[in-house]
Ligand binder design. Structure first.
Ligand code: PBG
Length: 331
């Protein structure tokens, strides 16, 4: 159907912007607490509850603190939280064995949350970087990131997380073939109902810097992640990656980072019509929060930045602003 716009003055688009009530009625997209996934950093070490320097307002929390965060999420109507462990440096090895320890920090936090607040969905991260002596998401031999060996390690990690009770697994590693391998292993192990939210279109981005501080990977990372994360110049490749991950058994897909990649969000949603999420990553948080704290931007930009994801077709957003914006929305 072709809409023929009436000419001025029959059409005056300002008519529906005149009052708050009319603007509400004409509003196309809405942000609610239900759209949010709250990423939370967990630690066992001293230093819990101390702000992360590059992420003002965000601190790592203990396992008990993660349970309290989940309770807060439940109170605020946030459906899911996503855990990222700050692993004890003594447990970071070249073989990354701690990643699939059933009692590692992340798995203990999952169990504690599911026991205390079963209705909040718990998402976990699947990648080796919090456990790796060299800060990479995959196993490294002679400076090369090994794909197939890494996938085997990731499958072990996925099974341990499913066993701990994770509702949603979030493979953020960008190895080839990992979704299919995990899905097959989950089916075989009796975890048919565990969902996979694939970090399908994850770019090699400078916006992850503060996150690497938060999980203690910054000082360790040798080189960069460009042999596995995407080139920021590519868009068609994101569509191939999403198609590939869906065909291997991903239930939901993610675009990451968010704000510089809204075109990718829109293309993914239009191409596949599947549950699509964006990660407003640590550097986006730092940028916005830094400017708000400096008084250069108003708090209103937080909601505006998140609404942009809804407009771009996203079903939800992972954001460090989750509790703050949910509290503001709930009033
Ligand atoms: C690592 C991982 C990263 C993020 C989530 N999982 C960092 C990276 O790939 O180096 C970044 C999240 C953020 O910046 O907020 N597998």
């Amino acid at each position: 159907m072709q809409i023929v716009p009436a000419p001025f003055p029959a059409a005056r688009l300002r008519r529906l912007r005149r009052t708050p009530a009319l603007r509400d009625l004409a509003q196309e997209h809405r942000l609610t607490a239900k759209d949010l996934i709250w990423p939370v950093f967990v630690t066992d070490l001293p230093g819990a509850d101390v702000e992360i320097g590059s992420m003002p307002g965000v601190a790592r929390v203990t396992v008990d603190g993660a349970v309290r965060a989940a309770e807060r999420a439940a109170d605020l109507g946030i459906p899911a939280i996503c855990l990222f462990p700050y692993t004890d440096p003594a447990l970071r090895t070249e073989g990354c064995e701690e990643a699939w320890n059933p009692d590692n920090l992340s798995n203990r936090a999952v169990r504690a949350i599911k026991a205390a607040v079963p209705d909040v969905a718990v998402m976990t991260d699947i990648a080796l970087d919090p456990y790796n002596a060299n800060g990479h998401d995959g196993l490294v031999r002679d400076g090369v990131i090994l794909n197939d060996e890494t996938v085997e390690a990731l499958v072990r990690m996925a099974l341990a997380q499913a066993e701990a009770g994770a509702d949603i697994l979030g493979p953020s590693d960008m190895m080839d073939g990992r979704i299919g391998a995990m899905r097959a292993a989950l089916e075989a192990a009796g975890h048919a109902d565990v969902a996979i939210l694939s970090y399908a279109a994850k770019y090699a981005s400078g916006f992850y810097g503060p996150f690497r501080d938060a999980v203690g990977a910054s000082g360790r990372l040798v080189g960069d992640k460009k042999t596995y994360q995407m080139n920021p110049a590519n868009a068609d490749e994101a569509i191939r990656l999403v198609a590939r991950d869906l065909s291997e058994g991903a239930d939901m897909v993610m675009v990451k980072p968010g704000m510089p990649y809204l075109d990718i969000c829109r293309r993914v949603k239009d191409s596949f019509g599947v549950p699509t999420y964006a990660y407003q990553v640590s550097g986006e948080y730092a940028m916005i929060e830094g400017a708000v704290r400096a008084g250069w931007l108003s708090e209103a930009v937080v909601a505006e930045s998140l609404l942009g994801f809804k407009r771009a077709g996203c079903d939800g957003i992972l954001t460090y602003f989750a509790p703050r914006i949910a509290a503001a929305l709930t009033g």
